[in-house]
Design a protein around this ligand. Structure first.
Ligand code: ADP
Ligand code: MG
Length: 250
């Protein structure tokens, strides 16, 4: 079988698998939501409540995984000429993406052992430094996927109680950059190029517990290719990372 035929079949298989998973998952999630809201009126046993919460959380995680598979598939099969572009204002978009990334993290995070020390600051804070009217000409849905993925990674690969993420946008005349900086796990030099390969996850830091497919950064890279842009990373193990995406000014 030639390579392009194989790519088409793989892409169809991924689309089919994700669609087939989506329907039963939305039923599981819908019912678990309904029973959970009922549990606020009726008194369920601690075991039942715990089990329900767990079903709900794992259902949300799985939905997120399926959505990611679908987005990756859509983006890999897109062609540069076929995508619609329009001016997108960055500041608002980044704010929306930050709110979503934080709420998704809260919904799906594995609970940490409880710490009673009230002096420890905790929470995720996204600081945005972006000129009010700065915009890029891009496919809005794809740009949103890029920013959300970089923010989700900045939150996920960081086990600090207080997570600070800084997003900075800049106009360089012929290009516009958006950088996402975190102070989390960081990446070793030998892993830096690999993380853009599909299904690659650096696994020693989180002892096999990493959620996700290892498809986020390859998806972001592909989106930048579709826009004739680029992505780069500067990272220090233990100190954090800065991912920068660049869009040409059209
Ligand atoms: N901000 C970050 N800090 C530390 N490691 C990161 C960061 N972003 C990505 N990585 C590493 O790159 C790998 C690939 O990222 P990604 O493609 O988004 O996949 P996923 O999020 O599904 O693991 C991650 O598993 C992680 O090891
Ligand atoms: Mg990711």
């Amino acid at each position: 079988m030639n390579e392009s035929k194989e790519v088409v079949i793989t892409s169809r298989a991924l689309a089919l698998i994700s669609h087939k998973l989506k329907t039963p998952l939305s039923i599981i999630n819908g019912y678990s939501e309904a029973i959970l809201s009922q549990s606020k009126k009726e008194k369920f046993s601690p075991f039942t409540s715990k089990a329900l919460e767990e079903i709900n959380k794992q259902g949300s995680r799985m939905s997120l995984l399926v959505d990611k598979l679908m987005s990756f598939n859509k983006v890999t099969s897109a062609e540069t000429e076929g995508i619609e572009k329009q001016p997108v204002y960055l500041k608002n978009l980044i704010k929306e993406c930050a709110t979503k990334a934080i709420s998704q993290e809260e919904e799906t995070a594995v609970p940490e052992p409880s710490q009673e020390d009230a002096t420890i600051k905790r929470g995720t804070f996204v600081e945005i430094d972006c000129p009010e009217h700065l915009n890029v000409t891009a496919n809005e849905e794809m740009l949103r996927l890029c920013i959300q993925e970089l923010l989700a990674n900045a939150i996920k690969f960081n086990n600090k109680m207080e997570k600070i993420i800084k997003v900075q946008c800049a106009n360089h005349g012929d290009s516009i950059s958006i950088s996402v900086r975190d102070y989390g796990a960081g990446i070793r030099p030998q892993d830096v190029n690999q993380i853009f390969e599909p299904f690659y996850q650096v696994d020693d830091y989180f002892t096999g517990q990493i959620s996700g497919w290892g498809l986020g950064l390859p998806m972001v890279k592909r989106i930048l290719e579709l826009h004739n842009g680029s992505i780069s990373v500067v990272s220090d193990r233990g100190l954090g990372s800065i991912f920068t995406i660049n869009f040409p000014v059209l």
